[in-house]
Write a protein that binds this ligand. Structure first.
Ligand code: THU
Length: 124
């Protein structure tokens, strides 16, 4: 699957975001080894620390379905934001060295990153 196709799925996932407190919707699409696409979006709570990021929603959802091997991941937000520190750690531990496509919400501005670039000197 080409990057833009996966990014389009992440844009759809972004549409499911529950981001009523931050107004910062994030979407994620994770491509498994057998081409299953798992969506994630950020889900916020009135108890703010209970919020979960789009990336971890997608990764935990996949793992809970027994999907443990991945080809690539796409992450979209209105300003092509990079993953937070916790998500970088979970990407490092569970996805390993796969292409990470980070895009704006239109798929017009995307770049490919590796976890080595985003999380140098990782723990674990
Ligand atoms: N957020 C993500 O979904 N992924 C990240 O990597 C960074 C932050 C969400 C969490 C919260 O719902 C909103 O963006 C603002 O921080």
């Amino acid at each position: 699957m080409n990057p833009l196709e996966l990014i389009k799925h992440a844009i759809k996932a972004q549409g499911n975001s529950q981001s009523q407190y931050s107004n910062f919707p994030v979407g994620c699409a994770l491509l498994s080894h057998d081409d299953t696409i798992i969506y994630g979006c950020n889900i916020e709570s009135a108890v703010y620390p209970s919020t979960l990021c789009a990336e971890r929603v997608a990764i935990y959802s996949a793992l809970s379905r027994g999907i443990v091997k991945f080809k690539s991941i796409a992450i979209v937000s209105n300003n092509s934001a990079k993953p937070c520190g916790s998500c970088r750690q979970i990407i490092y531990e569970y996805l390993g060295d796969i292409p990470i496509y980070i895009s704006d919400s239109k798929g017009l501005d995307y770049k490919e990153y590796s976890i080595g670039e985003l999380l140098p000197y990782p723990f674990g």
